[in-house]
Write a protein that binds this ligand. Structure first.
Ligand SMILES: CC(C)(COP(=O)(O)OP(=O)(O)OC[C@H]1O[C@@H](n2cnc3c(N)ncnc32)[C@H](O)[C@@H]1OP(=O)(O)O)[C@@H](O)C(=O)NCCC(=O)NCCS
Length: 225
């Protein structure tokens, strides 16, 4: 895509647009985003799990942590999004209901993996002095990639977080493109985890994955070079 051919508008997601955001998230992540592929849920199950999290009280949309990018030259078609959250409040999120045993096993392995990835930032997350914004998901539609849209979505979320008094932001990056757009605006890698080496109680839940996930961290007081 050439940047000049499109007018991209980025707006905060309104609670009325929850279903639109959920569908966009699944469209852009299912069978595409590396960790989602590794988890292996069907499209329908992915929507159900996401819905239970995004319909809960004090969810990321109602707290104003999500933005959508639209193409002004294509009838304002939704072409990207960013969803953030406050990890200090995450423990209040409900565990999705009606999961099969297999899904429950995969999701709890995923949560343990996330815990391991966040380990180097753990002291700061949820501490009194620091307020950390978690970049939970960012996605851009095929055909619109490489034009800086994910970077603009990240900048929007960070500017808002800084204005709200957040001191740090972090993200678990699952691809080179994702890592690059974070690094361009001043995030630094704290460590990377090879997913196939990750074990819980002696088992390797993602042993066939070739994925490495990196924890990217940014001090919001510092400007990008
Ligand atoms: C990752 C994703 C959000 C990037 O969106 P985007 O709008 O293309 O990102 P940007 O254009 O802002 O920046 C991407 C950067 O990565 C670079 N890049 C893309 N693919 C790359 C690759 N394979 N190797 C090296 N660099 C790559 C681009 O050139 C660009 O850098 P540049 O501006 O210096 O040229 C998009 O590819 C996507 O939605 N992927 C599927 C969902 C996903 O994986 N989300 C991230 C989860 S952590």
């Amino acid at each position: 895509m050439h940047r000049d051919h499109h007018t991209i508008c980025i707006d905060r997601v309104h609670p009325d647009e929850t279903e639109t955001l959920l569908n966009l998230y699944v469209d852009l992540f299912h069978d595409r985003e590396p960790l989602t592929k590794c988890l292996g849920l069907s499209r329908e199950r992915m929507i159900a799990v996401a819905r239970s999290m995004y319909m809960a009280n004090a969810n990321p949309i109602s707290r104003g942590f999500c933005w959508m990018a639209r193409d002004g030259n294509a009838a304002m078609r939704e072409i990207g999004f960013i969803a953030c959250d406050d990890p200090a409040a995450e423990s209040n999120q409900p565990v999705p209901e009606n999961l099969t045993d297999h899904e429950r096993e995969r999701i709890s392995a995923l949560l343990a993996l996330m815990e391991e990835i966040r380990r180097p930032g753990k002291k700061r997350i949820g501490s009194e002095a620091d307020k950390c914004l978690h970049i939970a998901a960012v996605g851009v539609a095929p055909g619109y990639e490489g034009a800086g849209i994910a970077t603009s979505l990240l900048q929007k979320a960070l500017a808002d977080a800084t204005a709200r008094g957040f001191t740090h932001a972090f993200s678990e990056c699952t691809s080179i493109a994702s890592r690059k757009c974070h690094e361009k605006i001043g995030f630094q890698s704290l460590h990377c985890v090879a997913v196939n080496k990750f074990s819980v109680n002696g088992a390797y839940p993602f042993s066939r994955s070739t994925l490495a996930i990196c924890l990217l961290w940014k001090d919001l007081a510092k400007r990008a070079c």
